[in-house]
Design a protein around this ligand. Structure first.
Ligand code: AMP
Ligand code: GLY
Length: 422
């Protein structure tokens, strides 16, 4: 089969790399791709958000399956358009993508279906939101309703901070249209893990648990980013906890979406806060996490193309996934300044040397080709991902490869997976 992967980040590089390994795949096309993806796929310059362009490309290339990486085109209705065109697509409809596209929608969905999540209220009115903050008189979390590239979540320790957060979202429009509405919820304690499920609308199969590192600096300090690294499996999620997550979160969510008339097809990503016996959903995403996708697909033994095609066609029932033993770790190499402003166009060196480290893949995120060079073109530039017999082995190989790569201003966290080391 011929597959089109939509997107051009580290997640999409990992998807193309894994899909291209399948005996059942004749060609992988990636739009728009990046400076590293063309080793595994033919890159075509159509932007991920260009819904018309992606549909036209899928038609003209007569692909057998479209795999949508990022959330924006899903929320914009790309899967619906491909569906109308009769092209199998792995990714949720516009209505189902609201689980990520609107915090209020997802909170109300969880409330309606008894899925555990922090207590919340939602507001469009500034005065009402400020009254809620005053009523709470303590820590809370304020979230812009819409898509804000992971930046619309403000963790507030005090009433003053919460007031400022409400003002910045509703009055100052810090997140633009994404902040026409906001959610205020309880500040939860615990440790985070993510469970991703591949869903076909009715049935699902879960992946091993992953943990990402959103904070910019070591020790989980500094501003939130899209993710500075991730690893799997997360030892926090024992078999018993995994069963509980499936019973209390994943199955009710898949069933609830079907019952509501918006069956969920694609990756349902549940971001969880775990505090002893207590389990709460922090958020849903409607796609593979980036960078969680990189270590997850590195650990996956099964043929991804077959699994995703079955999911796209509603034929997932009975599918089981096979995994490699051990662990995988992804360390993001970022441009200096990220998640703030940063330089682009710096020449990256050491890629060939890093490629010689056994069991390591260097997934490209923000890169492009410039003559014979690969140069930086984004904040998160590379996702160096290694697999090992255990977590320590995976980590050692990964950082060994990271230390062979450099460019002007390159930065990484040195403590990815520190919780697994404990
Ligand atoms: P979200 O995009 O909703 O997952 O939020 C981004 C990050 O903010 C999460 O990964 C958590 O670290 C944190 N967060 C979100 N909601 C809460 C909450 N209710 N309590 C504590 N931390 C939260
Ligand atoms: N790494 C978190 C995300 O993809 O949303």
């Amino acid at each position: 089969m011929k597959i089109l992967v939509v997107g051009g980040g580290g997640r999409e590089h990992a998807l193309c790399w894994k899909l291209a390994q399948s005996e059942n795949v004749s060609e992988v096309i990636c739009a728009p791709g990046n400076g590293g993806i063309d080793t595994h796929a033919r890159c075509v310059a159509v932007a991920a958000e260009d819904v018309d362009g992606q549909v036209a490309l899928a038609k003209s290339e007569q692909v057998d399956l479209v795999v949508v990486g990022p959330e924006a085109p899903l929320v914009a209705g790309l899967a619906d358009r491909l569906d109308e065109a009769g092209i199998p697509v792995f990714g949720p409809s516009q209505k189902a993508a609201m689980l990520e596209g609107s915090k209020r929608f997802s909170k109300e969905f969880m409330e309606r279906h008894g899925i555990p999540t922090a207590r919340f209220t939602s507001h469009t009115d500034l005065e009402e939101a400020l009254q809620e903050v005053a009523r709470r008189n303590g820590p809370c979390v304020v979230k812009a309703d819409g898509l804000a590239a992971g930046k619309g979540v403000l963790l507030c320790q005090t009433t003053d901070e919460a007031n400022a957060a409400v003002h910045s979202i509703l009055a100052d429009k810090a997140f633009g249209a994404a902040g026409g509405e906001l959610v205020i919820e309880d500040f939860l304690k615990g440790e985070e893990a993510s469970i991703l499920a591949i869903c076909d609308g009715t049935d699902f199969v879960t992946l091993i648990a992953a943990q990402d590192h959103k904070a910019a600096y070591d020790g989980d300090q500094g501003p939130n980013t899209g993710g500075m690294g991730a690893y799997c499996p997360a030892p926090l999620v024992t078999d018993a906890l995994r069963k509980k997550i499936i019973d209390e979160v994943i199955r009710p969510s898949v069933d609830g979406m079907a019952k509501d008339g918006t069956p969920f097809k694609g990756v349902l990503y549940a971001g969880l806060m775990i505090d002893g016996e207590r389990l709460n959903v922090l958020e849903f995403n409607v796609r593979f996490g980036d960078p969680e996708c990189q270590p997850l697909l590195t650990m996956l033994k099964s043929d991804l193309a077959t699994v995703l095609l079955r999911a796209a066609k509603g034929q997932l029932a009975g599918t089981e996934l096979e995994w490699h033993d051990g662990s995988a770790v992804c360390v993001v190499l970022a441009a200096g300044g990220y998640p703030g402003s940063y330089e682009k166009g710096d020449v990256i060196s050491g890629l060939n040397e890093a490629a010689t480290v056994p069991d390591v893949m260097v997934f490209h995120a923000g890169t492009q080709k410039d003559g014979d060079n690969i140069v930086t073109s984004g904040g998160r530039v590379l996702g160096v991902t290694g697999r090992g017999a255990d977590f320590g082995d995976a980590r050692e190989k990964t950082y060994r490869a990271c230390d062979l790569i450099s460019w002007n201003g390159m930065r990484m966290r040195r403590d990815i997976g520190h919780r697994a080391m404990k």
